[in-house]
Design a protein around this ligand. Sequence first.
Ligand code: ZN
Length: 243
Amino acid sequence: MDYPLAIISDVHANLEALESVLQQIKERGIKRILFLGDAVGYGPDPDRCVELIYDNCEVVLAGNHDWAVIGLTPLEYFNRDARVAAEWTATQIKERTRKLLEEMKILKRLSKESLFLVHSTPKDPDAWNYILTLYDAEVNFQYFEEKICFIGHSHRPFIIERLPSSEMVVYNDKTEFKQSCRYMINAGSVGQPRDGDPRATYVILDEEKVEILRVEYNFRKTQEKMENIGLPEFLIERLEKGI
Ligand code: ZN
């Protein structure tokens, strides 16, 4: 069975959000899950989240936070809160978690499904740039051949449909795939949504259509753990606001 597929991204060590999303994926009978990076950083449960991701996902990509924690991306690029959380994470994780972070791939192509998967951009996967505008998207459509590219990184979900004329249409929740079009889809964030909706985000697709889904989870529990650890206040507050 190739379809349906679930795509998850930017878990950021938020175990409550990850468990809620995995539960819903299971209830929907979806067997194949692909992960687009940032398993750790910001949140209180890095070991358990990395383990669960490897147990459940057939593709596991690296994000900038995963690389920062193992020293592959310099922490100077991070703002203060992100840096504090990354430094805490680096001191906490088990050796096995570190090894799993090192094994994460920077991109993945699934030729049968014509999918290109990357955390940040197809153009420069390890430069950790963002696709925030249609211009950014148009530039990046030139850097993959597949019908559909999935990204994460900005924590804001979207579906961009590119017509053969190079015109683009944006959908916020779902669309049916058209034969002549190509797509760039941001899977949003499981563990730290930033589009004003605090619910965990993920995406499901089959051959015909793609849909962005939201799942409520117990963010109070995550916040409590973060408070006990002493992680930065803004990182705690943003979970209930979705910012
Ligand atoms: Zn992220």
